[in-house]
Ligand binder design. Structure first.
Ligand SMILES: Cc1cc2nc3c(=O)[nH]c(=O)nc-3n(C[C@H](O)[C@H](O)[C@H](O)COP(=O)(O)O)c2cc1C
Length: 260
């Protein structure tokens, strides 16, 4: 198995980078080939922009989708983007490790998606969702939050963290990945001293062990269900008899009944 681990954290001594290295070690021990990338470590440029497209098609207005497709077709995408696409295509399992920042992923990771998931190359109108370019590959998000599990629960004060991860989950499914249920670690707080710090360390050590054992049995990891193309009408709305898997794609604007 080829595993690609992408980490988005600016500190090489952080909990997130530690967890990513645990994942690498766990898979290597099992004989997998592992590639690890820290987007901060390689100074990845997350801002999409016209300067990346030397072979512009002569239009006044910068059209990112047009330029992405054009440069993909002519093998003229920037080297960093081509390298990341190569890494994605050459792995069977993608792990994304990142801290929950302002109720979502760090900007560098969003920018990585903006630049690397190129139109024409990683998706187009006929290659997406279950027919996506990454069909057959799995992806797992591992995300730490400062807030407690209660605060991040479906009825918690901070809102349902699992739901807030829909954008990266859906983006990965959009290009064809099978998504594993994300691994969430709550209560990873900075600024602690004394007994508070010790207690947190114990909790994190337990989480690391749990994560490790879950990875060893990754074939048993639950998969996130998505509606398939046949669940939608020609106008792309959900058919009345189709199942509801997510509050983002539901039958009624006012309620969501999982599995209905
Ligand atoms: C810019 C920033 C935004 C953050 N936003 C959130 C947030 O929305 N919800 C939350 O629970 N924690 C938030 N946190 C806390 C981080 O999630 C927490 O510090 C991190 O998961 C700890 O992991 P680390 O030790 O690897 O950095 C934020 C931290 C930073 C620096």
């Amino acid at each position: 198995m080829n595993v690609l681990i992408i980490t988005a954290h600016p500190e090489s001594d952080s909990f997130n980078t530690h967890l990513a290295s645990i994942a690498a070690r766990t898979f290597e021990k099992q004989g997998a080939s592992v590639q690890s990338v820290n987007l901060y470590g390689e100074n990845f440029e997350p801002r999409e922009g016209k300067s990346f497209y030397p072979d512009k098609q002569g239009f006044e207005r910068f059209d990112p989708l047009r330029e992405q497709r054009h440069h993909w077709n002519r093998h003229k995408l920037p080297d960093d983007v081509m390298r990341h696409i190569f890494l994605l295509k050459n792995s069977d399992l993608l792990l994304l490790h990142f801290p929950f920042w302002w109720f979502g992923m760090p900007a560098i990771l969003k920018g990585w998606m903006d630049r690397v998931f190129v139109y024409g190359g990683l998706y187009d109108s006929t290659h997406r969702h279950e027919n996506g370019v990454m069909k057959g590959k799995r992806a797992l998000l591992t995300v730490s939050a400062g807030a407690s599990a209660n605060a991040c629960a479906f009825n918690g004060r901070d809102g349902d963290m699992r739901l807030m991860l829909w954008p990266p989950i859906h983006a990965l499914h959009y290009i064809g990945y099978t998504l594993l249920e994300p691994y969430l670690i709550h209560g990873v707080r900075g600024g602690l001293d004394g007994s508070g710090k010790e207690k947190q360390q114990q909790f994190l050590d337990e989480k690391v062990k749990d994560f490790e054992s879950r990875l060893i049995n990754i074939s048993e990891w639950p998969v996130i269900p998505f509606n398939r193309q046949e669940d939608f009408n020609d106008d792309l709305t959900l058919k009345p008899q189709a199942p509801e898997y997510s509050p983002f794609v539901r039958h009624s604007p006012n309620r969501w009944t999982p599995g209905s």
